[in-house]
Write a protein that binds this ligand. Structure first.
Ligand code: HEM
Length: 511
């Protein structure tokens, strides 16, 4: 009798566990959000039981997978991953409507924030909600670092680095060595970013290599975060924290490096960074700051700048050169423009760019075809209507910038590199047409604050390479296959070519 009771009790216990488990599964995975009943949600492609559309998000070329999905099922789609609602937008007119009517409503990213981490952590700027901290820092970035006047003040810093970039390439040309364009560009961009933030260059060679290594690692990890960001809620409910080990390790190494540099900055007084001064002042609370800032906020902000600014700009330089080298007519026209505006005795500078419309058009066209950040991730704060469909509060918004910039409905010959298209069109044309078809820097309150710097950096780097060198590539054409498994749009086969000095007369005048 006693034995039967024990068995029954065990069965009962197992039954309770099973009930609890089924309830949790139902609650987390199957149950539709209550408020979706009776709503007219956007159309939804066929989905799998339990996981919904998760399999699409696990693709290694996510922007392309989502582009295919929208060309088959529609430009606005409702996706479900477990019980997480997502709206996917892939059209220029719907993007226009969202940023015109709902910009404020989609100004949060609602990304997972890992306590204490400097990268994707609770101190971050990119992850910050659209509230006081974000607004304070955004104002600071615009006035002290990346706005037009701030960029004018830091022009000298970047000019020195461009000279160094040129001299490195001259050295390779003399030795007849090949260069990896992305590596050379990364040196230029990371040195510039560090100097602009810290008010001086890296203090030792090892430091710069460590930062570059960290940025590359961060880029690989951030791809995983896209999925983690979408699955944030159900995973958190189940107590699962993805990639914590990677995060802690990367964050500690950034912390070590940045703390050392901040201490040097405070102690040595031989460097000056307007933005860092304001941040440190706010951190020490000497003046009444608009909001409380800690040392971790400053470090996390600098990590965000490195992650958001260097990889994107470096990839743009690489893709632009790939398009130029694959299109001899574009190269020829670029050279003609640069030679006629600048001549052959001095090196191109940032201040020349407004007089080089074709170069600007080439950079824009490369950014259209190969946006370094191909997908935008936001979240709807409140429920609303988008093109007549209901969207619930807290729905994740994915905007496929890549698909929009290759949409045949708004671009003629969307797959072809035709820089001339940007010689006649302007942003005003888009507003008249009520579309947002050119958006490599995103849009609205959370649009990229580094777009001006991005254009300047890519324009001058490509300008130097075209003005001063001929380029020998190993194959007939550059292989433009896209890299897999990173958050930014990289090249699967990094562009490698050998520079040949084109203009020896330039050498003495700059050295
Ligand atoms: C060619 C170069 C660049 C491209 C294509 C690019 C693209 C983007 C895109 C698409 C976004 C998301 C915008 C959105 O959600 O609407 C973004 C955000 C951001 N970018 Fe850039 N970017 C570039 C260069 C830079 C540079 C040079 C910096 C700074 C030094 C920078 C800093 C940032 C920051 C801090 C954010 C987050 C903004 C926020 O959360 O409000 N970017 N960028």
């Amino acid at each position: 009798m006693a034995a039967t009771f024990i068995v029954d009790f065990e069965n009962f216990f197992i039954l309770i566990i099973l009930c609890l488990f089924s309830f949790l599964c139902y609650h987390f995975f199957f149950k539709k959000p209550n408020d979706s009943e009776g709503c007219d949600l956007p159309p939804s492609p066929p989905s799998l039981p339990i996981i919904g559309h998760l399999h699409h998000l696990l693709s290694l070329l996510l922007h392309k997978r989502l582009q295919k999905l929208s060309s088959k099922y529609g430009h606005i789609l409702y996706l479900r991953v477990l019980n997480v609602p997502i709206v996917l937008v892939s059209s220029a007119s719907i993007a226009y409507e969202i940023f015109k009517a709902q910009d404020m409503n989609v100004s949060d990213r609602n990304l997972p924030t890992n306590e204490g981490s400097l990268f994707f952590g609770s101190f971050g700027f990119v992850t910050a909600p659209y509230e006081d901290y974000f607004k304070f820092v955004k104002k600071l970035i615009t006035t002290k670092l990346l706005g037009p006047q701030a960029l004018e003040r830091s022009r000298g810093v970047r000019a020195d680095e461009v000279n160094q970039f040129y001299l490195n390439l001259v050295d390779k040309a003399m030795k007849k060595e090949s260069v990896e364009i992305a590596k050379e560009a990364m040196k230029l961009i990371s040195n510039n970013t560090w100097k602009m933030l810290m008010g001086k260059g890296f203090s030792e060679r090892g430091e710069v290599e460590r930062v570059r290594g960290l940025v590359a690692q961060t880029d690989v990890v951030s791809k995983k975060f896209f999925v983690a960001a979408v699955l944030r809620k159900p995973l958190a409910k189940l107590g699962i924290s993805l990639f914590k080990k990677d995060l802690v390790s990367i964050s500690c190494r950034y912390d070590e490096l940045l703390e050392k540099s901040l201490v040097e900055y405070e102690e040595e007084h031989n460097q000056s960074s307007e933005m860092l001064d304001v941040l440190l002042e706010a951190c020490q609370g000497e003046k009444t700051a608009e909001c409380k800032i800690t040392r971790n906020h400053i470090k996390a902000l600098f990590v965000d700048f490195f992650v958001a600014g260097t990889v994107t700009t470096t990839n743009s330089v690489q893709w632009t050169m790939a398009e130029v080298l694959n299109n001899p007519k574009i190269l020829e026209r670029l050279r003609e423009e640069i030679d006629s505006v600048i001549g052959k005795t001095r090196l191109i500078q940032e201040t020349d760019l407004p007089n080089l419309p074709y170069l600007q058009a080439v950079v824009k066209e490369a950014l259209r075809l190969h946006p370094p950040a191909p997908l935008g991730l936001r979240s709807f704060r409140e429920g609303c209507k988008v093109v007549g469909f209901d969207v619930l509060a807290k729905t994740t918004l994915i905007i496929n910038w890549y698909a929009i910039m290759r949409d045949p409905d708004v671009w003629e010959y969307p797959e072809e590199c035709r820089p001339e298209r940007f010689l006649s069109s302007s942003q005003e044309d888009e507003i008249k047409e009520e579309v947002l078809k050119y958006i490599p820097f995103g849009r609205g309150r959370r649009g990229c604050p580094g777009s001006n710097l991005g254009y300047l950096s890519v324009g001058t780097a490509v300008g130097v390479m075209v003005q001063c060198f001929d380029w020998k590539i190993e194959e007939d054409k550059v292989n433009k296959e896209e890299g897999r498994g990173t958050m930014t749009l990289t090249m699967a086969h990094p562009l490698k070519c050998t520079p040949l000095l084109r203009n020896p007369n330039l050498l003495p005048s700059i050295l």
